[in-house]
Write a protein that binds this ligand. Structure first.
Ligand code: BF8
Ligand code: SF4
Length: 618
């Protein structure tokens, strides 16, 4: 493949060429080594659940040793795949609760309640008394409530009050009303043990229930607690692409997901003492930039620039300009350690649950976050002297973006209520709303689908919300600024123009897809219909991760049609495949659609939106 076939971006091309010159292997090279992929694995019919196997299903051998057929095996494999995603989001959520709990109990001086108004609002929403009480007492109760809701104590998921009545009824009827997310994940693992749940549809219903537990609790709690601790995002400017790195400054990259680490690094790089120290080493200052979702978190709340999305993480190090890459967990390629070793770049791990061989471990805990952050920044400053400026190449100029659209901020932009948005939808000026979310995957030309689908949808007067790695794609394409209304259809152009907002709205990281769920629920409640009646859709064109599949599944189970660029590894089972592509429509009012071509995908989504509008008499 030529570099032009690998990515749509000039900064990526330049770094891929440099990688070749510097003799560095990237994900694209390793994909080639792994191709062709195992067909059994790809279609989901390889079972490794017990040691009577492993078993592979084929025409010649249609049953595993235990008698499980392709449907059962695919359903079990996919159930476990989704459990990985739900666990990732919700364990991240639990870490946020732990920080919040430590703050409430005065066990940390490094973390604080930044948005007490939001905390009180959520406490009231969850039935906790707030009047005439000390803020920290309310916080203690709220932290306990969140902790409790993770397990099996409660019958229903934490933010069930936000779910429209009709969806709740639907879930009850199907027996998929989610309980604590930990319980759902455990039950998923239990059911998929050999000889437990051997009915593919039944297993898939549990998968839906577990994913709902992630969307409406695990992820939603992560988002809400992060807002309480670090501030609810509001509109601000930022910049994206590798051009945000600085040749004459100490460059630190934060990568991973949880703002608990990255927010402290940000505070440390702004401390005068450390800036002065960097200057004594010959640097002009200290530059912090983000990657992937922790980058999204910092960008949303603090306007910190974003160096790149998933497939840009190796390429960011190949600039030769990065002193340190600080990571917490999820979506961090283990290859980054080796790529870093080819330059002077050190990877710092911060969580005991995510160590990387060859990286240096600086454990972040509630009581020492700030101290550890300063330590990391000092290490970066030390390493600036080891940088070989002759090997440094920073491609491109940063692109401006507008970020910070929490639902609170969106409501503000709308003048305090959803009415203007609903009126615009009714009048057909905004024909629908689509969340484009998720990843990169070297099986696709990097960001080609993410960007083209976004462009096609806004042309059709569909408001687009982006999160996760699609954010950087839309940002680099110049779509996250108000001026991009020029590329939108006339109705969307008029509405966004009058509000001064871009037609593509950045709502945060992947756990922040919970914000989109909440917005969908607010719209449904306001209009008095089910979420599945609304002209909404979701899409993850270039997805790769378990988490992305979990998000897609909770979106569908919540009533939102979801497009994926490629199917999960389920195609070996007619039952699971049919359920995903159509059967779920009858059950929950939404299903998946698969289409790798972004232009055809835009048509598919558009058709869905047309049908939903018609259903509402619009
Ligand atoms: O949670 S979009 S590549 S970074 S999985 Fe990962 Fe996908 Fe990026 Fe964030 Ni989400
Ligand atoms: Fe084979 Fe059944 Fe064991 Fe799976 S659970 S490995 S199909 S015997």
């Amino acid at each position: 493949k030529t570099v032009e076939e690998m990515s749509i971006w000039e900064d990526a091309h330049q770094m891929l060429r440099k990688a070749e010159r510097d003799g560095i292997e990237t994900a694209w090279d390793r994909l080639e080594q792994q191709t062709p992929h195992c067909k059994f694995g790809e279609s989901g019919v390889c079972c490794r659940i017990c040691t009577m196997g492993p078993c592979r299903i084929s025409k010649k051998a249609p049953l595993g040793v235990c008698g499980a057929d392709a449907d059962v095996i695919v359903a079990r494999n996919f159930g476990r795949f989704l459990a990985g995603g739900a666990a990732g989001h919700s364990d991240h959520g639990r870490d946020c609760i732990e920080a919040f709990h430590a703050v409430a109990h005065g066990k940390t001086k490094d973390y604080h309640i930044q948005d007490s108004k939001k905390m009180l609002r959520i406490a009231e929403e969850l039935g906790i008394a707030t009047e005439n009480r000390e803020l920290l007492d309310v916080a203690k109760d709220l932290a306990d409530k969140f902790f409790d809701s993770f397990g099996s104590k409660h019958e229903e998921v934490c933010f069930i009050n936000r779910v429209p009545e009709k969806q709740q009824e639907n879930w009850k009827n199907l027996g998929i009303m989610p309980r604590g997310v930990d319980r759902e994940i455990t039950e998923m693992m239990h059911r998929t043990h050999m000889g437990c749940d051997n009915d593919a549809s039944n297993t898939m219903l549990q998968a839906a229930r577990m994913c709902l537990g992630d969307g409406w609790a695990g992820s939603m709690i992560a988002t809400e607690v992060s807002d309480i601790l670090f501030g609810t995002p509001s509109p601000r400017k930022a910049q994206v692409n590798l051009g945000v790195l600085k040749k004459d400054q100490v460059n630190i990259l934060v990568h991973g997901h949880n703002p608990i680490v990255s927010e402290k690094i940000l505070e440390a790089v702004n401390e005068q003492e450390l800036i002065d120290l960097a200057k004594t080493k010959g640097a002009k200052g200290i530059n912090l930039a983000g990657l992937c979702c922790t980058g999204n978190e910092l960008m949303m709340r603090q306007g910190i620039p974003m160096a790149g999305n998933h497939l840009m993480t190796e390429l960011a190090i190949i600039t030769g300009a990065v002193e340190i890459i600080v990571v917490d967990y999820q979506c961090i390629m283990p290859s980054l350690v080796q790529v870093g070793n080819c330059y002077h770049t050190k990877m710092i791990t911060t969580a005991d649950k995510a160590k990387f061989t060859g990286a240096e471990h600086v454990k972040f805990e509630m009581h020492n976050g700030m101290e550890q952050a300063r330590k990391v920044v000092r290490m970066a400053i030390e390493r600036y002297g080891m940088r070989n400026q002759d090997r440094v190449e920073i491609p491109g100029e940063p692109v401006d973006i507008m970020t910070g659209f929490s639902n609170e901020a969106l409501l503000d932009a709308l003048g305090g209520s959803l009415t203007p948005l609903i009126d615009a939808i009714k009048a057909g000026k905004i024909r629908g709303v689509v969340g484009i979310v998720g990843c990169n995957n070297p099986k696709y030309k990097h960001d080609y689908c993410n960007v083209n689908l976004t462009r096609e949808l806004i042309k059709k007067d569909i408001l687009v919300i982006v999160t996760g790695c699609v954010t950087t794609a839309a940002g680099k394409a110049g779509l996250l600024v108000p001026e991009s209304i020029e590329q939108a259809g006339p109705g969307l152009r008029e509405i966004c123009g009058s509000l001064g907002i871009p037609p593509v709205i950045h709502m945060g990281s992947c756990v922040d897809n919970a914000r989109i769920l909440q917005l969908a629920a607010l719209l449904a409640n306001e209009i008095g219909v089910a979420i599945s009646d609304l002209p909404l859709a979701a899409s993850s064109p270039e997805w790769y991760s378990e988490k992305a599949a979990t998000i897609g599944t909770y979106a569908v189970a919540s009533g939102i049609y979801t497009h994926l660029g490629h199917p999960p590894n389920i195609t070996g089972s007619p039952i699971v495949t049919n359920l995903a592509l159509s059967g779920l429509d009858d059950l929950v009012g939404a299903c998946f659609g698969i289409e790798p071509d972004p232009f055809k995908a835009a048509e598919l989504i558009n058709e869905r939106i047309k049908a939903k509008r018609k259903g509402l008499g619009l």
